[in-house]
Design a protein around this ligand. Structure first.
Ligand SMILES: [Zn+2]
Length: 246
């Protein structure tokens, strides 16, 4: 289809309008200068692209050397899949020829994170030592969101370990206390329309400690109400042995 409207002079690199430097007022010297400029920027772009490609090749090479031969079978069709390029993180992709479903080669992830385990462990150690999330970002080079995700994952797993290992502990004296904290703002500073919002305001952490061994038997985080107390006491009952009342 042909454009019927008035012809517009475009002085950009648009296909069909010819090279942008071939304007009628350009003198041969200007032409030469602009050609050199184009060549320079093109070579710069090329070296950049080459370095990116080299980096990618190095990465995929290192990965392929780790496990050179790999084949994937489609779960639905039970057919061998064909190679289908690489993922942006360097992992190899495969595609089923019949149903066109794509797969990524087997890989280990930490939750939904693609970062190495050593880096996450370092981040956790640094956080435990009292560093802030931003300082952990600077030390490890990880992203803020990754650190928060890793922290949540670590917390969830620690809770599981605690629930599995700290059971039927023969406790003699148990000390229970509450630690006050708040999310976003203190309870008294909440606006009337925020009064019912349970996600902001005061938050209490109930902690039960065995007096002699200083073992934390249980904790519960929530509002200072009956529900949190019930959960806390139930957990404490689970953690301590019923034979030895304290
Ligand atoms: Zn398939």
């Amino acid at each position: 289809m042909k454009n019927e409207g008035p012809e517009i002079q475009i002085s950009g690199r648009v296909s069909g309008t010819g090279p942008w430097y071939a304007r009628p007022e350009s003198t041969p010297n200007q032409l030469k200068a602009s050609k050199i400029k184009i060549a320079q920027s093109a070579s710069l772009l090329l070296t950049k692209q080459l370095s990116i490609v080299a980096n990618k090749v190095m990465r995929s090479k290192a990965h392929s050397e780790a496990n050179p031969q790999i084949s994937m079978t489609c779960e639905a069709c039970d057919l061998k899949c064909q190679r289908f390029g690489t993922h942006r993180n360097g992992l190899r992709r495969f595609r089923c020829l019949s149903c066109k479903k794509t797969y990524t080669e087997p890989h280990q992830t930490l939750g939904e994170m693609y970062v190495s385990e050593e880096k996450v462990l370092l981040a956790m150690q640094v956080l435990i030592e009292g560093n802030s999330i931003r300082s952990t970002m600077r030390i490890t080079g990880l992203d803020q969101n990754t650190i928060i995700k890793a922290l949540i994952l670590a917390g969830e797993r620690c809770e599981k370990v605690m629930g599995r290992l700290i059971v039927n502990v023969p406790a003699k004296d148990v000390e229970c206390d509450e630690i006050w904290g708040y999310v976003q703002k203190k309870e008294a500073h909440k606006f009337p329309f925020e009064a019912d919002d349970k996600n902001i305001g005061d938050a209490y952490c109930f902690v039960a400690i065995e007096r002699h061994s200083k073992l934390v038997l249980n904790f519960a985080l929530g509002r200072r109400d009956t529900a949190t107390t019930q959960i806390f006491i139930e957990g404490l009952r689970h953690a301590t042995s019923g034979k030895q009342p304290f």
